[in-house]
Design a protein. Structure first.
Ligand code: UD1
Ligand code: CA
Length: 451
């Protein structure tokens, strides 16, 4: 039997009150993407169809975030949070007619890997009717405990609040992720789930005991605790971030990049890093960044939505903002900020500079303290600097303005008009000297002082 038609339902209707946040829990970010997006990506990578996401009333932003990952998703609204079984019921229009298995996942377990979901599909292939991902918890508090019969078969799940003291001592726990052989079987189990328990909720976990009563095959796939960490608080969010960063660093190093002090570099879920890249300590990389082969990022840089071409060097202390595109062998040095600008091959912007809404031609040299004045308080304007141009230190280029190829801007100029190719533009007060002025003043002041 092939599992290609497996379908996933992701529950995300809970408010996540322990986050103490105006933002719904599953929209809190890990490595630059909402937790929910990580779950959706793992589902896709496992070859499972992303069927639907269950949200609460008024949680349009959660639906939007899900749709931005996959526009084909169905968003279901669970009117009242009556429990996880009720949430799955809310999504039943999404799976009722499905021919393959149905997986139920929670939006707050963002570290789940596709490999583990594939192992679950494998158990279904091998004949299981209901599969639960379980894990051995150091501290099982708050989790449902897995119960086994005398033959070692999964017999049920007991929620913490309903557990006896002996059951609470068990440490093999429910991750929350469950798979059902068929939509029909899931619907039949859901119909039998009641709310006669400590919380008065409809627990999806009751499906396990009901399945056993119906003589169905129940199995557990074990995962490590880290992978199924449920994020309920800011502290758990930080723990999950640490795990995510460790994974990203490991894969980036495995691809041939050197991280001098790996634990000080922060990546995003989509950071692309080539070979023979060196990243020095204390670098933060936001979403949408591509770093090609042979790039050096020196210490203390902040980079987001930027492309860095092969052999380029950036930093120390540089900031690349969205739309910064550095071509091959470009140099961006210390205390330089670049936004929405192309820096062509071999161009140098080495010190104390702001380049925004601009293009810099190949091999141009931008002197220390150059500012592109791109904003007049109302709109943004472009600055175009030609190939091989030389911008003297401390120049202001008031956009919109074009500096031709090979042109030369004298230091300290304020440039408000286009400069033709190969011309010199000087725009600063001419220098004036007063012979002997300093000596005269000094002599006078010294005399007054000694009186
Ligand atoms: C649940 C499991 C527990 C498991 C734990 C793992 C049940 C009854 N218990 O407990 O066995 O060990 O997860 O983390 O399933 N949700 C809805 N609608 C609801 C209720 C919940 O969409 O009415 C969603 C939440 O947004 C969340 C997920 O379901 O994504 C789990 O709900 P939560 O309240 O966090 O369950 P736990 O008490 O953690
Ligand atoms: Ca939870």
């Amino acid at each position: 039997m092939t599992q290609s038609s497996a379908l996933a339902i992701i529950l995300a209707a809970g408010k996540g009150t322990r986050m103490k946040s105006a933002l719904p829990k599953v929209l809190h970010r890990l490595a630059g993407a909402p937790m929910l997006a990580h779950v959706l990506r793992a589902v896709e990578a496992a070859g499972v169809v992303r069927g639907g996401v269950v949200v609460g009333p008024g949680m349009e932003d959660v639906g939007q975030a899900a749709l931005s990952v996959d526009p084909k998703l169905d968003i279901f609204i669970q009117p009242d949070q009556l429990g996880t079984a009720d949430a799955v019921k809310a999504a039943s229009p999404g799976f009722e007619g499905a021919s393959g298995p149905v997986l139920v996942l929670y939006g707050d377990t963002p570290l789940l890997r596709a490999e583990t979901l594939k192992a679950v599909l494998g158990e279904l292939d091998a004949g299981a009717d209901l599969v639960v991902i379980g894990f051995e918890a150091d501290d099982p508090t708050g989790y449902g405990r897995l119960l086994f019969d005398a033959h070692g078969r999964l017999a049920g799940i007991r929620e913490e609040k309903d557990a006896t003291a002996a059951e609470r001592a068990l440490t093999l726990c429910n991750s929350g992720i469950m798979a059902f052989r068929s939509a029909k079987m899931l619907s039949a189990l859901l119909a039998q789930i009641g709310n006669d328990n400590a919380k008065g909720e409809f627990y999806l976990t009751d499906a396990v005991a009901l399945a056993r009563n119906a003589d169905l095959q129940t199995r557990v796939v074990l995962s490590n605790a880290e992978e199924v960490l449920g994020v309920n608080s800011r502290a758990e969010l930080a723990t999950a971030e640490a795990v995510m960063q460790r994974r990203l660093r490991a894969s980036i190093m495995a691809n041939g990049a050197t991280l001098v002090v790996p634990e000080t570099v922060v990546f995003s879920y989509d950071t692309s890093v080539g070979r023979d890249v060196t990243i020095e300590p204390n670098v933060v990389i936001g979403p949408g960044v591509t770093i090609e082969d042979g790039v050096t990022i020196r210490a203390f840089c902040h980079i987001e939505s930027a492309k860095i071409g092969p052999g380029a060097t950036v930093g120390p202390f540089a900031r690349l903002r969205p739309g910064a595109v550095l071509a091959k062998d470009a140099h961006v040095g210390n205390f330089v900020e670049i936004k929405n600008a192309d820096v062509a091959e071999g161009a140098k912007v080495n010190h104390l500079t702001y380049i925004g809404d601009a293009s810099i031609g190949a091999k141009a040299n931008i002197g220390a303290g150059t500012i592109t004045c791109n904003y007049d308080g109302f709109a943004k304007y472009r600055t175009e600097i030609g190939a091989g141009a030389f911008i003297g230190s401390n120049s202001s280029l008031v956009a919109p303005v074009k500096i031709g190829d090979g042109a030369y801007i004298a230091s300290g100029s304020v440039i408000t008009k286009d400069v033709p190719a190969d011309a010199l533009a000087v725009s600063r007060p001419p220098q004036e000297e007063r012979e002997g002025w300093a000596a005269k003043v000094r002599a006078k002041r010294t005399r007054n002082k000694s009186k």
